[in-house]
Ligand binder design. Structure first.
Ligand code: MLT
Length: 187
C-alpha cells in the first residue's frame, strides 16, 4: 500500500492507519516534496482548494515514477499497488488514477476532491476505489466529492462511496469499512 499523508503531515502519520487497514500489507510511505510554510504537501496550491495544475501534473508523474522505481528497489509488484491517501494525499492519489492509471490498481481516498479534469477520460475499468467523505467537512464540499465520484465512475472504476458522519477528521467506522473493502476486493 502506498500511504499518502495530508498537508502538514509526514511519512510516519499514516503508518498506524495502514497497519489497521491491512495488517500484513507492505507499506511504502513517502513524504510530500512541497513545503508550504513548513508544512509538507504533495503538490503546490494557490489557495485552499485551488491547485497549481502544472505542479500537480508534474508531481503526479514524479510520484508514479518513484513508485515504479521503488518496486524494483524493494521488489514488489508494481501492478498491485493500492494508494491510501488522506486529504492532500488523497488528492494526489486521485490525480494518479486520472493521469497515470497504470500506477495503481485501487485506492482508498479519505477526504478527497476532484483535483483536476484530465484532457481525456482514463480507462479505470478493473480498478476498485473506496471514497470516504465527511458529511460535515468544511474543507471539502459535498459538490467537490460528487464531481470526483462522477468522474471516477464515468471512467469505469468500481467506486464504493461512503459518507461519514464527520468533518475533515477520520472516524473509526470509516476505517473499519475501508478495511472490509480492502479485504473483500484485494485478498
Ligand atoms: C489540504 O489541506 O490538504 C486540502 O484540503 C487539500 C489539498 O490541498 O490538497
Amino acid at each position: 500500500m502506498l500511504l499518502l499523508h495530508g498537508t502538514g503531515g509526514n511519512e510516519n502519520d499514516l503508518i498506524p492507519l495502514g497497519r489497521k487497514l491491512a495488517p500484513d500489507a507492505p507499506l511504502l510511505s513517502p513524504r510530500g516534496k512541497i513545503l508550504e510554510s513548513g508544512m509538507p504537501r504533495f503538490f503546490k496550491r494557490l489557495a485552499e482548494g485551488v491547485f497549481d495544475i502544472d505542479d500537480l501534473r508534474f508531481r503526479t508523474n514524479e510520484l508514479a515514477d518513484f513508485v515504479a522505481a521503488a518496486s524494483k528497489e524493494y521488489r514488489f509488484d508494481p501492478n498491485s499497488v493500492i494508494a491510501v491517501g488522506f486529504s492532500n494525499g488523497a488528492n494526489i492519489a486521485a490525480s494518479m488514477l486520472l493521469l497515470r492509471t497504470e500506477a495503481l490498481c485501487g485506492a482508498v481516498l479519505f477526504r478527497a476532491m476532484l483535483p483536476l479534469v484530465p484532457e481525456k477520460l482514463p480507462n479505470l475499468s478493473g480498478k476498485y476505489i473506496f471514497l470516504s467523505a465527511g458529511r460535515y467537512d468544511q474543507i471539502v464540499t459535498i459538490g467537490q466529492v460528487e464531481k470526483l465520484h462522477q468522474l471516477l465512475t464515468e471512467s469505469g472504476a468500481k467506486v464504493t462511496m461512503n459518507w461519514a458522519q464527520s468533518d475533515h477528521s477520520l472516524i473509526q467506522e470509516e476505517i473499519r469499512k475501508a478495511s472490509n473493502f480492502l479485504q473483500a476486493q484485494f485478498s
